[in-house]
Design a protein around this ligand. Structure first.
Ligand code: NAD
Length: 272
């Protein structure tokens, strides 16, 4: 399978090149980044500290989509939407890991998925997707008396908050309770907030250092607390998941899929 990478000079882009080159049955089709990137023209292999691959960082996504069976995108929301349109035109599989998409952008992604398979997940790791399933079950079992709070920490460069994974965990908890997250989410607290409203799902975001991604879901009742946590210590888990998603999507009908589809754990309630 020929796989291309958009945003190939970014933290995740470089991981993806390494993962594709090291995966049997996969061939790196090429990589592009934004035209202003100082890395345009550099060899994709030397960029990540490997031998030269004879492919250089490009700036033309149209040519990359034409040359690829699948393209993996960990960039920024506006770019991911442009790439979704290109994927639809070229009928190329698209895997989107970018987080922080607005509701309108999510809807655009959904529309593009009418023409080609798109796999989107705020977190491509196996562990987090198992956590999503567990959170939904525990929220269902513990019922509405218990307060749910979601805590996440990421590196100092992360630009969106709460993380896409934290929001996905919130959706999973809300689905377990049979409520809509938008009606119960409290995304920040500051000043005189008053007491906690029963049924709210609260979020807290920490930023610092090189933390790859920590998430905890806390179920707090009177007299006891259940905490479900995941800690990512190496970005390669996301790259491995993204490449697995691209391979899984080969031959699938057009549609918007989640990582839980890829892992065979899909429930109608929540997709990671
Ligand atoms: P980064 O800033 O290191 O990399 C982003 C890259 O995208 C940069 O190289 C940038 O130049 C490039 N880019 C921006 N606009 C572009 C355009 N129009 N065309 C082509 N390239 C463009 O960021 P990162 O840490 O690699 O994270 C990227 C995204 O992936 C973020 O939204 C992050 O939250 C998300 N992420 C998701 C997962 C997951 O499992 N889904 C895991 C890690 C990170």
């Amino acid at each position: 399978m020929k796989i291309g990478v958009v945003g190939c000079t970014g933290r995740m882009g470089q991981m993806l090149i390494r993962q594709i080159v090291g995966t049997a049955g996969c061939v790196l089709a090429g990589g592009v980044d934004r035209p202003a990137s100082p890395a345009i023209g550099k060899d994709l292999g030397t960029l990540i500290g490997l031998e030269a691959l004879g492919l250089s960082v490009g700036e033309d996504p149209v040519a990359l989509f034409a040359a690829s069976d699948a393209v993996i995108d960990f960039t920024v929301p506006a770019a991911s939407i442009q790439h979704a349109h290109l994927a639809a035109q070229a009928q190329t599989i698209l895997v989107v890991g970018t987080t922080g998409l607005s509701r309108d952008q999510e809807a655009e992604l959904f529309r593009a998925a009418r023409y080609t398979p798109i796999v989107q997940s705020a977190n491509m790791s196996l562990g987090v997707n198992i956590l999503l399933a567990a959170v939904e079950q525990v929220a269902r079992a513990l019922g509405p008396e218990v307060d749910i709070e979601i805590l996440e920490m990421h590196h100092r460069y992360k630009v969106d908050a709460p993380s896409g994974t934290a929001l996905a965990l919130g959706r999973a908890a809300a689905a377990g309770r049979g409520v809509d997250l938008d009606q119960v989410a409290v995304r920040s607290r500051d000043g005189l907030t008053g007491p906690r409203r029963r049924g709210d799902i609260g979020f807290a975001a920490l930023r610092g250092g090189d933390v790859v991604g920590d998430h905890s879901v806390i179920f707090a009742a009177d007299g006891e607390r259940v905490e479900l946590s995941h800690r990512a210590s190496d970005r390669s888990i996301f790259a491995r998941g993204a490449v697995a998603a691209a391979r899984w999507a080969a031959g699938k009908p057009p549609g918007l899929y989640g990582m839980r589809d890829v892992l065979g754990m899909a429930t109608p309630a929540a997709t990671g």
